[in-house]
Design a protein around this ligand. Structure first.
Ligand code: NAI
Length: 341
């Protein structure tokens, strides 16, 4: 099997080299992202492997199919960058549904604690032998209400962590699970001291946090987003911060991150004025889509992606193949463990 791996980073390679070699997969690494301009690099490959900011739109899918590429392997859980419906009948798409929910949930809590206890500021101060505490006053998490949007794998781990801190947890999910105190989204916005987003980005959840919802939140609310940037309207967030409505924002993802994140812009001019303005705010903490980045997660991602490819090549079936929402609900082949096409 030949695999073309796009948007390759040095930290991706050890795991893919290890598991690829074990299974006899020939991997070509490309630093560039997959998009309409770079898709020709996939010629000769049986499958392409992509990450969160590669573009798998109709034009790219047509070209991949034309080159005889059989599968798109997402080395991540989210797939909002893939036109899944358009893939039906043309190319199979698999993802890694879970690799370490702990990595992401722990990063969400790390961001929250760093922000509200001003650890990032204290670190810089003490490095400079400035041991003053002025301006570093935080607040206790114990007793605060956290509103968790999306109670899947990551959301549930985050809830457990919050409960360990003695926080009151309320949640909203389109598909509620047992053992969680669910409220409406309106109630969550109105009651939460901290809001943490763990739902996927879909047409329905885009700009879930926007002018209108921010208006309904408590003054001083802390927003944590480790899910997808498009869940938050960045302009509205900036406004909410300027109006002192939002107490702090902890962002591991950003709406327009694909042009900026994962790259070194030090010494360069960042074109994105909204991001630049957000970064100047003392109460905004940004990490560049780093939440997944643990040794355990990277190893699990590589192992599961290679497993997906081998299972697909051996049987034509893979449980991690996405649902193409083909509309044939009454005769869903995926549910019958048959090939979708
Ligand atoms: P999951 O699929 O286990 O859980 C997602 C939850 O969101 C489900 O319970 C689902 O019912 C719920 N949901 C779906 N539509 C909803 C809606 N309209 N409103 C409210 N809830 C809704 O996914 P998992 O593994 O927990 O991941 C969550 C998100 O985290 C992913 O979609 C992905 O975007 C993001 N992620 C971010 C990473 C990072 O490095 N920053 C790494 C991995 C995932």
């Amino acid at each position: 099997m030949k695999l073309a791996l796009f948007d390759a980073k040095p930290y991706d390679m050890p795991g893919f080299d290890k598991y690829g070699k074990e299974r006899g997969i020939e991997i070509k690494y490309y630093e560039t992202k997959l998009n309409e301009d770079t898709v020709s690099l996939a010629q000769g490959a049986d499958a392409v492997c992509v990450f969160v900011n590669d573009t798998v739109n109709a034009a790219v899918i047509d070209r991949l199919a034309e080159y005889g590429v059989k599968a798109v392997l997402l080395r991540c859980a989210g797939y909002n960058n893939v036109d899944v419906e358009y893939c039906f009948g043309k190319i199979h798409v698999m993802r890694v549904p879970a690799y370490s929910p702990y990595a992401v949930a722990e990063h969400a809590m790390a961001l929250l604690l760093t922000s509200i206890r001003r650890i990032h500021k204290a670190y810089i101060r003490t490095k400079d032998f400035n041991f003053s505490l002025n301006g570093l006053t935080g607040f206790d998490l114990h007793g605060k209400t956290v509103g968790v949007v999306g109670t899947g794998r990551i959301g549930r781990v985050f809830i457990d962590i919050c409960r360990g801190f003695g926080m009151k947890v309320i949640a909203y999910d389109k598909f509620p699970a047992d053992g969680i105190d669910y409220v409406t989204l309106d109630e969550l916005f109105a009651r939460a001291d901290i809001i943490s987003l763990h739902c996927p980005l879909t047409g329905e959840t885009r700009h879930l946090i926007g002018r209108e919802s921010i208006g309904r939140m408590k003054k001083g609310v802390v927003i944590v987003n480790t899910s997808r940037g498009g869940l938050i309207d960045s302009e509205a967030l900036l406004e909410g911060i300027k109006e002192r409505k939002i107490g702090a924002a902890c962002l591991d993802v950003y709406e327009e991150e694909s042009d900026v994140f994962f790259r070194d812009f030090s010494g360069h001019i960042v074109e994105d004025d909204t991001l630049a303005r957000l970064m100047t705010m003392p109460n905004v903490l940004v990490t560049s889509h780093q939440a997944f980045l643990t040794e355990e997660a990277l190893d699990n991602i590589a192992a599961a992606t290679v497993d997906n490819l081998m299972e697909f090549s051996d049987t034509g079936l893979c449980p991690n193949e996405l649902c193409y929402r083909c509309g044939r609900i009454e005769e869903c082949r995926k549910e019958r463990r048959e090939k979708c096409f």
